[in-house]
Design a protein around this ligand. Structure first.
Ligand code: PLP
Length: 362
């Protein structure tokens, strides 16, 4: 039998989460954020499952967008960071990639380019995130430049991004909402402001297009609200098997750096999953895992290919028992609390040597 590290991906849960999101914003179209390999779930496979239910797919680069066209995805694909060099504008126009313009250099490239076909454009406004986008001072001129370009489709989309939507009372949220509302006054074209957290938190700011990412994958965007409370279900279950069981004597140590010293004679299980699979090396002693459905605790450092678990809670464990690291029965949000990480980086870190297996769909 080959190494058993496996990411089981639930089509049913992905589509369920999409329905939950749609129910929260019934009047908005959806750009499903599938950048970064669909948050670690697989770019193409995730896109193929979502494409017929959403308006567009959001990616970070033209390479990701072209990979989607190669597997037959026909819907618009949105380049969330726009183009990185002028020639990409030509490709975008031919391939119906919708392009975000967030700085002056991109507009200069556009001004010098003769496009083969009209291009759909979004203008990104920095309302307080301090990352991509035109400031409120620069935005009117940028909007003018885009609007007056003969090969840009009218009407231009207007987009901004929250910095703190997961922290609902944060003062920046209202400020960003005010800035966005101020800028969009009297402007035609689709508007878009909300990521996952904002979709749940700010129902009156959904506008024409919402941009869910993490919620699609069944993860709560909030620290203090569970995915279950939002009716989201995990898409990825990361699992493997026990490959050895050992009796370790009191006062002996486990693993690299001898981080864990056994307080008693202990039954220790060895699990075929490590940081080489993308499991966080930062996981502390006590991090939960499910051995055959029974909650046990990690002890000792995570190795490249293995980790070790205290089997006191499950003395009946057998070699080859299934182990869930996160997903069904063990939310990744909960595991994250033991790792100094967040679900976003944990999910995107899962490596290609883990076998990906999607459940069937119609
Ligand atoms: C511009 C933009 N919109 C939407 C999203 C989706 O965010 P989330 O995964 O929090 O829903 C992201 C993700 O980083 C983003 O950069």
């Amino acid at each position: 039998m080959s190494r058993a590290s496996l990411a089981i991906l639930s089509t049913e849960n992905l589509l369920h989460n999409l329905q939950v999101i749609k129910a929260h914003a019934p009047n908005s179209r959806i750009i499903a954020m599938i950048k970064a390999n669909a948050y670690g779930h697989g770019l193409r496979s995730t896109a193929l499952r979502l494409a017929k239910y959403v308006y567009s797919l959001g990616v970070a680069s033209i390479d990701e967008a072209l990979a989607l066209r190669r597997v037959g995805i026909k819907i618009p694909i949105t380049l969330m960071e726009g183009v990185f060099e002028p020639d990409e504008l030509l490709i975008a126009a031919c391939e119906n990639f919708h392009v975000v313009f967030h700085d002056q250099t991109q507009l200069q490239w556009l001004a010098k380019t003769s496009l083969p076909l009209p291009l759909t454009a979004w203008l990104k406004i920095d309302t307080g995130m301090g990352r991509l986008g035109f400031t409120l001072d620069q935005a009117p001129a940028a909007y003018e430049q885009l609007s007056s370009h003969p090969q840009i489709q009218q009407s231009i989309g207007l987009m901004s991004h929250f910095a703190c939507a997961d922290d609902i009372p944060h003062r920046l949220n209202q400020l960003q909402i005010n800035h966005f509302n101020q800028f969009i006054q009297n402007k035609m074209g689709p508007k878009s402001l909300c990521n996952s957290a904002a979709i749940f938190a700010f129902a009156d700011q959904h506008y024409d297009v919402i941009r869910p990412g993490i919620a699609l994958y069944g993860v709560s965007p909030f620290m203090n609200v569970s995915a279950a409370a939002l009716n989201l279900k995990p898409v990825m279950t990361l699992q493997t098997r026990l490959i050895a069981i050992k009796r370790i004597q009191k006062n002996e140590t486990i693993g690299y750096d001898a981080r864990f010293t056994c307080p008693d004679d202990m039954l220790i299980g060895v699990i075929a999953m490590g940081y080489g699979d993308g499991y966080p090396r930062t996981a502390q002693d006590g991090t939960p895992v499910l051995v055959n459905g029974v909650r046990c605790q990690l002890v000792g450092r995570i190795s490249m290919d293995m980790m070790t678990v205290d089997l006191q809670a499950y003395p009946g464990a057998q070699v080859n028992d299934p182990v869930v690291l996160w997903g069904n029965g063990l939310p990744v949000e909960e595991v994250a609390q033991y790792t100094h990480q967040v679900p976003y980086d944990m999910l995107t870190a899962v490596q290609s040597r883990v076998k990906f297996h999607w459940t069937l769909y119609d």
